[in-house]
Design a protein around this ligand. Structure first.
Ligand SMILES: [Zn+2]
Length: 265
């Protein structure tokens, strides 16, 4: 199957958005950055070539100066916070989580604050205070603290249940991860990856999920081989060429206002 055939379902779905007079919004998050590497430069050069902003979820405790230089050299890259050390604190038998249910909130929040200060000092205004929980999991009891801790947003995986994870904390998730983690971290293939994008777009168009949540591409540069990078390249090309599709700057994706009554405010 050629690339054009493999992407045809996406082009058809975008044509339906155009017919409805709407524009399909996308955003891009890449996880697990610590240091510069050939894989990271490959990802950042794709972002630069297509002028698409990418949120780089960096692990504060593991950030090295080479990452700071790499981000500084790429105007399309913005840094967000990927937990603190990407360490699993879940109880044995439970699914992996750093921001785990079984850990005291004080200890978790203190680490997150340390990580936030590290990233702010290293990346300055290229750092946005968006929290990306490692393994996309965060204990419910932490959510009400996020606004006071200074977070402007939360990003997990899958269609969001609500535009806000907690009062004042917009949630914008990712929906398409082209890696099969339990099958040797292989690329799922273009047809499957395209089908996942189309499924989320279709859900938004038919309102079976939140139509206002942009479709999030989740990449992991360290797990990507040539096939996964080629898919992202082709996807960026398809979206660039379609007039009913556009990428959002991650900062804009998280700008949401709580609905308040003007008379009560
Ligand atoms: Zn991660």
């Amino acid at each position: 199957m050629s690339d054009a055939q493999a992407f045809a379902p996406l082009v058809q779905e975008l044509d339906r958005w155009r017919a409805d007079g709407r524009s399909a919004t996308f955003w891009w998050r890449d996880d697990d950055a610590c240091v510069d590497s050939p894989a990271l430069s490959r990802l950042l050069s794709l972002a630069a070539r297509y002028r698409v902003p990418v949120a780089i979820a960096a692990i504060p405790a593991a950030v090295e100066s080479s990452l700071v230089s790499a981000i500084g050299a790429c105007e399309c890259a913005l840094v967000v916070q990927h937990g603190y050390a990407h360490r699993n604190h879940a109880a044995s038998g439970a699914r992996s989580a750093e921001l785990a249910e079984d850990r005291a909130a004080d200890a978790t929040l203190a680490e997150l604050a340390r990580g936030r200060r590290t990233l702010a000092a290293a990346f300055g205004d290229r750092f946005a205070t968006i929290l990306v929980p490692p393994w996309n999991r965060i204990a419910d009891h932490l959510l009400p603290h996020l606004r006071d801790e200074g977070y402007a947003g939360l990003s997990r995986f899958g269609p969001r249940a609500s535009p806000f994870a907690a009062p004042g904390v917009p949630e914008v998730n990712t929906h398409v991860d082209p890696i099969a983690w339990r099958r040797g971290r292989a690329f799922v293939g273009i047809a499957t990856a395209v089908a996942r994008i189309v499924a989320h777009l279709h859900g938004r168009r038919e309102k079976s999920c939140d139509a206002g949540e942009p479709t999030g591409l989740l990449t992991h540069h360290l797990a990507f081989g040539d096939d996964a990078f080629a898919f992202v390249d082709a996807l960026l090309d398809v979206i660039a060429r379609h007039d009913a599709a556009r990428w959002l700057d991650p900062r804009d994706a998280f700008v949401l206002r709580e609905l308040t009554c003007a008379r009560c405010a």
